[in-house]
Design a protein around this ligand. Structure first.
Ligand code: ASN
Ligand code: ZN
Ligand code: CA
Length: 332
């Protein structure tokens, strides 16, 4: 660990006031997280390559909580990376993305009006655009957890980013990003089964994706069919996102943290949920021990069955729920 881990205060754009682990440097501070492998957050200053400038501050109070302050996107990105790191540790006993304690790094203010965020395995880093208005950075907690979890997938099953395996890759990032958002227990950004609900990417307040009924986004698949692998990976992911919702919460209507959900099954069957904590254990074990780069939806069903059997037993209600949830999304 680092000699001088300091506790800074961040005024984030999407998660309220947050604590940041920072590092004393010269007469000030830098956004280096000595508690989590030395993760650093950089400002690209609208550039698209390199690392730009390490984010620094004089008094260890960072950002003003708006898109007008250049530090704010860095606060959200650093907070998201820290919460994701902590979730991997507390839920899975995993030390960082590759399990070796090595930190990734984050870059904010990428490009001009860039409406996306991405993981790049070649730099082992996450990058965030500033949104259409250059004031709505794509740095919300579930988005950060999503992008960092592309690194985790690359370090484990390494699911190919096309066809059904690509949908599973995307869904893994939505599942883990959502799990991070719930685990963070942040009163400003409460957990939900929506993706990107804070960044207003559609301009009408609607989220990017819905896990209870993925087709609500206008493109995602709710259930498997033989052509689902032809869809963009952000749409074929719907089948596994829907599976995860059903396994966690069950079918039908439910309100969680003030958000209304209504999750149908493909065949009218009823699924009884086992809770998100068990569901994510099953998904992670399947991802890290049983899925491979070419795993398709049928293979994901087998992988999660094996994981549930390992964790809870061959006669368990958890294994029965895994089967019911896959049947509910037409993966038979
Ligand atoms: N934000 C997108 C994602 O993580 C970037 C991409 O299309 N790969 O999926
Ligand atoms: Zn993704
Ligand atoms: Ca969310």
């Amino acid at each position: 660990s680092y000699e001088a881990v300091e506790t800074g205060v961040g005024n984030s754009q999407y998660s309220g006031e947050v604590e940041l682990s920072t590092t004393a440097s010269g007469s000030g501070f830098e956004l280096t997280d000595g508690d989590r492998g030395g993760h650093k957050t950089y400002d690209l200053n609208q550039g698209e390559s390199g690392t730009g400038d390490l984010v620094t501050d004089d008094d260890d109070t960072w950002g003003d909580g708006t898109g007008n302050d250049r530090q704010t996107a860095a606060v959200d990105a650093a907070y998201g990376a820290a919460q994701t790191w902590d979730f991997y540790k507390s839920a899975f006993g995993r030390d960082g993305i590759a399990g070796d304690g090595k930190a990734a790094y984050s870059r904010v203010h990428y490009g001009d009006s860039y409406v996306n965020a991405f993981w790049d395995d070649s730099c082992f880093c996450m990058t965030y655009g500033d949104g259409a208005d250059n004031k709505s950075a794509l740095t919300a907690l579930d988005v950060a957890g999503h992008e960092m979890s592309h690194g985790l997938t690359a370090a484990t099953a390494n699911l190919d980013y096309f066809g059904e395996s690509g949908g599973l890759n995307e869904a893994t990032s939505d599942i883990l990003g959502t799990s991070v958002e719930f685990a963070a227990d942040n009163s400003t950004d409460v957990g939900d089964y929506l993706i990107g609900e804070k960044i207003d990417i559609n301009g009408d307040g609607s989220p990017l994706r819905y896990m209870d009924k993925p087709s609500k986004d206008g493109g995602s698949a709710d259930n498997w069919d033989s052509s689902v692998g032809d869809l963009d990976v952000h749409y074929s992911s719907g089948v596994a996102n829907h599976f995860f919702y059903l396994l966690s919460e069950g079918s039908g209507a439910k309100t969680i943290n003030g958000v209304d959900y209504d999750s149908p099954t493909s065949d009218g069957s009823t699924v009884t949920g086992i809770g998100r904590d068990k569901a994510v254990q099953i998904w992670y074990k399947a991802l890290s021990q049983y899925m491979t780069s070419s795993t398709d939806y049928a293979g994901a069903r087998e992988a999660t069955e094996k994981a549930a059997t390992d964790l809870y037993g061959a006669d368990s209600a958890e294994l029965a729920a895994v089967d019911a949830a896959w049947s509910g999304v037409n993966v038979k």
